[in-house]
Design a protein around this ligand. Structure first.
Ligand SMILES: [Zn+2]
Length: 234
């Protein structure tokens, strides 16, 4: 037996003992398959958006914020592979899914002629309390892999999430619920000066979180902002 074949044999043995399964459909994964099985990979709903042409994610931000362009990699449907992937990523302690999506999307983005050279990738931050509970920011791996493919810096210490410190006890629950909006702030705003930044997030629904992030950035400093997300609700 050739010694070079040994790792493959051990891996195969490991697969028999501890079968790895597809995060999209629970089918068994075979050698060479990572995270998703081949059928799930083939049928995953790619948006096929790019940074050159207008798209439906872009349009949701018209008139709300000043950004250069927004794009998303996948369509999030109520049933299906993308929903399962995001569920495992956010609630089942599987942060490696973010790396997988980041590498996949990154391979497209580095060839996207509409996207100029990005200086910094900034993730939408999590509140420290939530971060402590989950143990990781689900966007981190995605942002880091995109930064790697785009030759940009990954910076998670500039845009931060803040807590409302208003006297909330004086307000009714209903009032708080109606007026709850995510709140963000910038540390070291000067470090963004004259930079092209890519703001990244997991799933866009209404776009309220990204809107609040962009406003927090533009309140402090005028920079060129692009947005890329793992998925969007169509
Ligand atoms: Zn599958």
């Amino acid at each position: 037996m050739e010694l070079t074949k040994l790792p493959n044999i051990i891996n195969d043995l490991n697969t028999v003992l501890l079968p790895r399964v597809c995060f999209g459909c629970n089918a068994r994964l075979y050698r060479g398959e990572q995270i998703l099985c081949t059928p799930c990979r083939d049928q995953i709903p790619l948006t096929e958006f790019n940074f050159t042409e207008e798209n439906s994610l872009d349009r949701t931000f018209y008139g709300r914020i000043t950004i250069e362009k927004a794009s998303s990699f996948l369509f999030f449907n109520d049933l299906g592979v993308v929903k399962n992937l995001i569920h495992y990523l956010k609630y089942r302690n599987q942060p490696q899914i973010a790396n997988f999506i980041g590498d996949w999307y990154g391979s497209y983005l580095k060839k996207d002629k509409g996207l100029p050279a990005i200086d910094m990738v900034l993730p939408v931050p999590m509140h420290p309390k939530k971060l402590k509970k989950r143990g990781y920011n689900q966007v981190e791996g995605f942002g880091k892999r995109l930064a790697h493919h785009l030759n940009a810096a990954y910076c998670d210490d500039i845009l931060i999430k803040t807590t409302h410190t208003q006297t909330q006890t004086q307000k009714s629950r209903i009032f708080r619920w109606q007026h709850q909006s995510p709140s963000f702030a910038l540390l070291k705003p000067h470090s963004l000066a004259h930079k092209k930044i890519l703001l990244v997030d997991d799933v866009v629904t209404t776009g309220a979180t990204l809107e609040a992030c962009v406003k927090a950035i533009n309140d402090e400093i005028n920079v060129t902002i692009y947005i890329a997300t793992m998925a969007m609700v169509p």
